[in-house]
Design a protein around this ligand. Structure first.
Ligand SMILES: [Zn+2]
Length: 487
């Protein structure tokens, strides 16, 4: 099996080799907790949840660390505005994050360290950098000396003179090089602070991740992830700290996920198009969100448009409808000994497994995985089992389909809910978009049934046309009328 990962440092796909046989140490930079996270912030958590599941699926034992930055200017400023302690703000938004994360059905991480819990380790780390002559102190402030690290800039591809030019605005005479960054800074009046050999203060942003990595995972880790906006300066600086402190290679594979754009534009405060993840989940559905994220490759920009959302709804409905058919068949029978899985169908599932393995092992090609799930649904629908729900011979095939989708559902955190429940939730969302009440649809359907009972075919047809004009699909089944909103 060949499993490759694109490494931002080498700018190419590399064969994955773990530091320790069979194990993966994975660290993903977490949020600064001062507000609700928007959909772009969740692309990393959704994708890396899948990446971890996949690596476990192919046999690795993964330790996954995701931190909370609970010491930061933005948190402090918000706390001052609200007249509360900084910890109140950070705890509130950690809880909000965890609520959203749970709603997405993503697996808990192995460790969720907070900066405030790692102050001793951070101070120790800065001391070590000073003793290694990688950092220096001026007036209670400690800076990293980037000239002491000769591959500084290699991860982001930034040249030192470009960096210096970028620093023109902020000239700090105390720095040896304008690109030197802060490891420890003195606290201002009223700010939370911790004691250190350089006086009361608090850490700079970058040092926390290096200190947590060293404490929890060790000197070197296999994979460090984050959004591409973190490559510079955050990860560039982390790398300098990590290798400056321990002399070991800090990270073997740097993985960065791209942005989410809304309708062709980058999300930004000034454009007013930032959508909190929970608003998106209320308006659409958590499954729609995950499906969107995993349909495109993590390194490409994900453009969320109305068309794309509509396609996603229709894709989800297709998968869940097929799962519902399979469920109905299976639940019609207690046991089945005589029948076998449709041979051709079993073969197509097997060949889709191979296709998925190949694409996901090639730097996590999740788009092909989603496309393969569609293919399996198509193959299942072609068998026409919907009309043979009461046929005991359909059971093994329906079961095989359910189990197959379930296997990938576990990895992707998709298609793992009760199909009837999701289809009904999607119906509600789509009706709301059309401004139609479900009770109104039920009323029309009852009217049609009555007309049919009265053999008033003309009225029955009229109501049918009215329902179709509203975009309502329906079928007469043994269990009554089943209806859904057209997507
Ligand atoms: Zn970080």
């Amino acid at each position: 099996m060949s499993f490759t990962i694109y490494n931002t440092l080498s700018k190419q796909k590399e064969l994955f080799k773990p530091i320790e046989e069979g194990k993966v140490k994975l660290y993903l930079c977490g949020p600064t907790v001062y507000g609700l996270l928007h959909i772009g912030n969740f692309r990393g958590p959704i994708f890396f949840n899948f990446a971890r599941n996949w690596m476990e699926h192919i046999g690795y034992d993964v330790t996954f660390v995701y931190n909370y930055t609970d010491v930061d200017d933005k948190i402090i400023n918000k706390a001052i505005d609200e007249g509360v302690e900084a910890s109140e703000v950070s705890e509130r938004y950690i809880a909000a994050f965890q609520e959203d994360y749970k709603r997405l059905g993503l697996r808990p991480h192995d460790h969720n360290p907070k900066v405030t819990e790692y102050m001793d380790e951070i101070v120790e780390y800065v001391q070590k950098l000073i003793s290694e002559k990688k950092a220096y102190e001026v007036d209670g402030e400690v800076f990293y000396d980037i000239d002491s690290y000769n591959t500084y800039g290699q991860l982001s591809g930034m040249k030192l003179d470009e960096l210096n030019a970028g620093q023109r605005v902020e000239v700090d005479e105390r720095k040896k090089n304008p690109g030197d960054f802060v490891l420890w800074k003195p606290a201002k009046e009223g700010e939370p602070s911790w004691s250190s050999p350089w006086g009361e203060g608090r850490p700079g942003w970058h040092i926390e991740c290096s200190a947590m990595i060293k404490s929890i995972l060790g000197n070197s880790i296999d994979i460090h992830g984050g959004g591409i906006d973190l490559i510079f300066p955050h990860h560039e600086n982390e790398r300098a700290q990590g290798e400056g402190c321990t002399g070991c290679k800090y990270v073997n594979y740097w993985m960065h996920n791209n942005f989410i754009n809304m309708k062709g534009e980058k999300m930004s405060k000034s454009l007013g198009n930032i959508i909190p993840a929970r608003t998106f989940m209320d308006e659409y559905h958590p499954e729609v969100f995950k499906f969107l994220v995993l349909s495109s490759h993590y390194r490409s920009v994900l453009n969320v448009s109305d068309d794309k959302i509509e396609q996603t709804f229709s894709g989800l409905v297709r998968v869940y409808r097929a799962l519902k058919v399979a469920n109905d068949i299976v639940s019609n029978f207690e046991t089945n000994d005589s029948a076998k899985v449709n041979k051709k169908f079993a073969e197509s599932l097997k060949s889709l497994d191979k296709k998925i393995e190949k694409s996901v092992n090639d730097d996590f090609g999740t788009g092909e995985l989603i496309a393969s799930i569609y293919e399996a649904v198509r193959a299942f629908n072609t068998l026409g089992l919907e009309k043979k729900k009461k046929d005991v011979n359909s059971v093994p095939t329906a079961n095989a389909f359910k189990e197959w989708v379930h296997k990938y559902g576990k990895l992707t955190a998709l298609f793992d809910e009760d199909p009837a429940k999701v289809l009904s939730e999607i119906n509600t969302i789509l009706l709301k978009k059309k401004n139609i009440e479900a009770s109104f649809v039920e009323e029309l359907l009852a009217k049609r049934s009555q007309a049919r009972e009265d053999k008033d075919w003309e009225s029955a047809d009229k109501v049918r046309d009215e329902l179709h004009a509203l975009g309502i699909d329906f079928q007469d089944t043994a269990n009554g009328v089943e209806w859904s909103v057209k997507v």
